[in-house]
Design a protein around this ligand. Sequence first.
Ligand code: SF4
Ligand code: SF4
Length: 93
Amino acid sequence: MTTVPECTGRCCDPVGMSAVQYGAMVATPSDFPDGAQIVAMLTPRDGTSDTFVCANFDSTTARCRIYDVRPQVCVVYPTGGTCPYCGGDGLGR
Ligand code: SF4
Ligand code: SF4
């Protein structure tokens, strides 16, 4: 039996995204799947260029507050791979 490590929510705190992509999403959210939702939930972190705070992340429980309606990019992350943070299968919790 394979043991899947507990999800720590690490990929949501902070959220990694290129500043260039974020800027494009802010300019024209309709060009991106769930773009308006993503722009509304993310805030650039002070002093960094590619990391963001997500308003939907509950740091106490390390869980997503809107899990059932989170953006598709959150659903599929990490795309086709193993979670780089918790080593889980990417299904999240
Ligand atoms: S919406 Fe939820 S799953 Fe997506 S980055 Fe925010 S806390 Fe994480
Ligand atoms: S299991 Fe999924 S939600 Fe949890 S840290 Fe890994 S990639 Fe993120």
